[in-house]
Design a binder for this molecule. Structure first.
Ligand SMILES: Nc1ncnc2c1ncn2[C@@H]1O[C@H](COP(=O)(O)OP(=O)(O)O)[C@@H](O)[C@H]1O
Ligand SMILES: CC(=O)N[C@@H](CCC(=O)OP(=O)(O)O)C(=O)O
Length: 296
């Protein structure tokens, strides 16, 4: 690595200071998508960024996904899987794999990466301390052949019904960094529910009164029909782009989450590319933030 020009270093620090003051002791929810965690170098940048945030007095809460990694394991096990309205249809065999991958290997790998960068991370899932209770989700989709709208049963797919912030508050107030897997128990029993990680992150951000919510993915943000980045979207414009099909697949729960969070008072909800170097630090502590900002 070449030594940085001292003037550049000083400029960066001077630029970062007001942002550090603005976010001092604030809670920032960072959703780390399965597509963003693809390569080792990007995973290291992410872990460094999270550890540094805590070090400078900001409280990051990491919520992670792992859709591609769940898909790879289901393939290896010969379990077929399909998505409807951006959500994985989840039977009992699938939900067991989902929990194994999300709350098991992925969660612990992220914890270990943050710890390797000098942080102190603790892995949790929505089940721990009764943090998230989920209710079953149903969705309507338009059948591509008949064009008739039908209600689909997604199985054990849930959305947060209640969030109990007790455990998160304890962890946030300590020197630990919570890393949360998006699985939850049912509101009325021990059944495990698979919750889309974006939806889960939005519910956590709303419940803990996060100052910002960052959704890290593998595209620069929301793209228009010509694949150009849209740098700012109002809630109304976002709804229109979902309705006309410009926003599809996994981007639907992401944008819906942004709308949910903005409506609950979270300032600065951004979808950005988690594979660019130090995306989190640059977004929070410099003027060089990128991605799509969703506003009221
Ligand atoms: N308008 C859009 N702009 C950007 N990405 C879109 C859009 N519509 C659909 N997508 C898809 O959404 C994907 C991101 O969602 P997803 O695969 O669930 O990511 P993650 O694993 O990071 O949560 C993109 O890779 C892209 O294929
Ligand atoms: C219901 C549902 O679709 N759950 C997701 C949970 C993981 C996730 O959301 O991961 P990403 O953020 O990487 O997409 C799934 O099974 O893939």
């Amino acid at each position: 690595m070449t030594a940085a020009n001292p003037h550049d270093t000083a400029r960066i620090l001077v630029e970062a200071l007001p942002y550090m003051q603005r976010y001092d002791a604030a809670t920032i929810v960072v959703k780390y998508g399965g597509h963003a965690m693809g390569d080792a170098e990007a995973a290291r940048w992410f872990a460094q960024d999270v550890a540094i945030l805590k070090e400078v007095g900001i409280n990051p809460v990491v919520v992670h996904g792992g859709g591609p990694q769940i898909g790879a394991m289901l393939d290896r096990l010969g379990i077929k899987s399909e998505f409807k309205a951006g959500l994985r249809v989840t039977d009992q065999a699938t939900v067991e794999v989902v929990e194994m991958i999300l709350a098991g290997s992925i969660n612990k790998n992220i914890v270990a990466s943050i710890n390797a960068e000098g942080g102190r991370a603790i892995g949790l899932s929505g089940k721990d301390g009764g943090m998230v209770a989920a209710r079953k989700v149903t969705r309507s989709v338009i059948d591509p052949e008949s064009k008739i709208e039908e209600v689909v049963d997604l199985g054990f797919v849930g959305e947060p019904d209640r969030v109990d912030r007790t455990v998160l508050d304890w962890v946030i107030a300590s020197d630990l960094i919570p890393v949360v897997a998006p699985v939850a128990s049912a509101i009325d029993g021990p059944q495990t529910y698979n919750v889309n990680a974006d939806t889960f992150a939005g519910a956590i951000a709303g419940a803990v009164g996060a100052k910002r919510l960052l959704l890290l993915t593998d595209v620069p943000g929301v793209l228009d029909k010509d694949r150009n980045l849209i740098d700012q979207l109002s809630v109304e414009q976002a709804r229109r782009l979902i309705a006309d099909g410009t926003i599809s697949g996994g981007m639907i729960p992401k944008v819906e989450t942004c709308i949910y969070a903005v409506e609950r008072g979270v300032e600065g909800v951004v979808i950005l590319d988690g594979k660019t170097p130090h995306a989190v630090l640059i977004e929070l502590l410099t003027e060089g933030g990128a991605g799509t900002l969703i506003t009221r």
